[in-house]
Write a protein that binds this ligand. Structure first.
Ligand code: GCB
Length: 593
């Protein structure tokens, strides 16, 4: 799944802009031929969630139709033409000139369809995309579960099983692109280090099982290294040796250009030469210990919802850097490709997470379907992000939940969800490792879940709310627990530990003396306390605050104005006191030693 690019042999037309839009709550659009055009359309921005663009659509998750017309440049004739959607949440069907060309499920990953045979060259083309985000127990993430925990996040509305707003729509750009009839369909880059040399192994695959010749050329730093590629059955492989390579790191995110040529096609991508591995209690980047300090985040902003918002993205990176962060987790789903490219360029270390958040194993009824969806999304994520140097770890799940977080059901009988969960999670971890043996694999564990669920993980990631959901207001006690628990985790696993969530809801501008819960002082003290405890532990490989910014959640008695207020920045990106604490701890800058 290569990102579409524009060069002299490939073309790309970005259809971002104002589209026509029509909700279809009765689901009559297909019978009524809406793929031939919408009758009562209103304007809507693409990319963008529909929910915050219109008040009446805020809590609407049903079927909706998008439409837009475009000419296709005459210069594309003779090439294969594709439509590609960066993401559509949750299920989409694409029609070109009234013809259905394909569907995709899963809200956060790209998909493309070959539309060469249905495009018009002498007239405008009508592009129609239907999207729905029905909140269902079989989907990932799941909603409207009937299990005891499934009443929603503390009786929330809507009834999600997770703590963020289920924004819907075309969240990332829709583009048309064209490529030569025989073209490079995929490139896999694996980098290594040998003495002062960088090793870049390139595997390229064509769309057809043909013999062809080509090349791989790596340029950068005033150097150029070349290898011939000879394709057999559509696949070619070569390893480039880069003398005195400039390595990619969070301190020096140096990128080379790799140009792969095959027949008439040419594709260029950015490559960072680096290694990532786990050794004892350390994560090693290019053989040296590195700390992954930063945040759990969300794609979230006013009006755009979960839609790609480039100015906010750039601003967020600047703010993260201002606090001295060098890492974050894409909680709780894959983020945009544009964001991953920025991470490569800016030197952020990413824990790349699938949408498998808050999985429950209560009923076996939906388990098989949910596993199928999880595996599909994991496969698509790794296919999409495998070449990003910034991606240093895969997270296959966030906070999978046993029935009872105290580990035993009240009657004392064994909780069957523990064994079901273990098998499910093990399948995910193993699949990630099989698809990509070059990166550590993890999942982010919830407080009170069985440690056994993390047994297969290379790095132990835990979300901890001592001082908030447990021992709220009792910071001293909270920190004692944290201290002890971290040592226990190390004793159990002997692997690096990252606290992937910790924090406190905080109303910006609310102060307290003494520092009471919800005040800026309390959040600042809690974060300071956690960082101090962690700083004493050699095996802690990173601290990631929940959350970078306040974000839209579901309505519940726990979420003021439907907002999770654990941000160290507000939703409008103003710093709370805690942001200054982080600056003090991390501000000295990047942490690779
Ligand atoms: C968690 C979840 C995250 C929530 C957070 C909270 O453990 O992973 O999605 O938003 O807690 O604030 O409760």
């Amino acid at each position: 799944m290569l990102y579409p690019i524009q060069n002299d042999v490939r073309n790309r037309l970005d259809l971002s802009g104002i589209w026509d839009f029509q909700p279809d709550p009765e689901e009559v659009g297909a019978q009524s031929g809406w793929f031939n055009g919408l009758t009562q359309a209103r304007p809507i921005a693409v990319p963008g969630s529909w929910n915050e663009q219109y008040e009446d659509l805020f809590n609407y998750f049903g079927l909706s139709w998008y439409a837009r017309r475009t000419y296709i440049p005459a210069g594309w004739r003779g090439q294969r033409v594709f439509i590609r959607v960066g993401s559509a949440c949750y299920r989409a069907t694409v029609y070109i000139n009234g013809v259905e060309v394909g569907s995709h499920e899963g809200g956060h990953l790209p998909f493309a369809f070959d539309i060469t045979d249905v495009v018009r060259w002498d007239a405008e083309n009508l592009i129609v995309i239907s999207v729905e985000n029905h909140l269902q127990p079989t989907r990932v993430p799941s909603a409207n579960l009937s299990s005891p925990l499934g009443g929603g996040m503390l009786a929330s509305y809507p009834r999600t099983s997770y703590d963020f707003f289920p924004f819907a729509g075309l969240h990332r750009p829709v583009v048309l692109f064209s490529v030569p009839p025989t073209h490079i369909e995929d490139v896999t880059v694996v980098t290594g280090i040998s003495g002062a040399d960088g090793m870049v192994k390139v595997t390229a695959r064509l769309n057809q099982a043909l013999a062809a010749s080509g090349s791989a050329v790596l340029t950068g730093g005033g150097r150029s290294v070349r290898a011939e590629l000879s394709f057999a059955e559509g696949v070619a492989e070569a390893t480039l040796t880069v003398p005195e390579a400039r390595l990619w790191s969070d301190k020096d995110p140096f990128l080379y250009d790799l140009t792969v040529t095959a027949g008439d096609d040419r594709y260029t991508l950015q490559v960072g030469i680096r290694t990532i591995e786990v050794q004892g209690g350390k994560i090693l980047l290019n053989g040296r210990p590195v700390q992954l300090n930063g945040y759990g985040r969300h794609e979230d902003f006013f009006a755009s919802g979960k839609g790609l918002n480039l100015p906010v993205l750039v601003k967020d990176y600047q703010l993260m850097r201002w606090t001295g962060a060098n890492a974050y987790r894409t909680a709780h789903y894959p983020y945009s490709e544009e964001e991953m490219q920025l991470a490569d360029r800016e030197g952020f270390l990413i824990i790349d997470e699938t949408p498998a958040t808050n999985l429950q194993f209560e009923s076996e009824e939906h388990a098989a379907e949910r596993l199928r969806v999880c595996l599909q999304q994991l496969d698509e994520l790794i296919a999409r992000d495998k070449n990003h140097p910034s991606v240093v770890m895969w997270s296959v799940a966030n906070e999978p939940l046993p029935r009872d977080l105290r580990r035993a059901t009240p009657s004392g009988e064994v909780d069957p969800t523990i064994e079901r969960g273990r098998a499910f999670l093990e399948t995910l971890v193993r699949r990630a490792r099989q698809l990509d043996p070059t990166r550590p694999v993890t999942l982010a564990g919830v407080m009170g879940a069985p440690n056994d669920w993390m047994r297969e993980c290379d790095v132990i990631c835990v979300n901890r709310y001592w001082g908030w959901y447990v021992f709220g207001g009792e910071l001293e006690k909270a920190l004692e627990h944290l201290d002890r628990e971290l040592d226990d985790l190390w004793a159990t696993f002997n692997r690096p530990v990252i606290v992937t969530e910790f924090g406190a809801d905080t109303v910006a501008g609310m102060h307290g003396h003494p520092a009471l819960m919800w005040s800026e002082e309390y959040q600042a003290a809690l974060i300071r306390g956690y960082l101090e405890v962690a700083a004493r532990k050699e095996y802690v490989a990173g601290m990631q605050v929940w959350n970078f910014a306040d974000f839209a959640a579901v309505q519940s008695p726990m979420r003021v104005g439907g907002t999770n207020l654990k941000g160290v920045f507000t939703r409008a990106r103003q710093p709370k006191m805690a942001a200054h604490v982080l600056r003090e701890f991390w501000g000295a800058g990047r942490t690779t030693s």
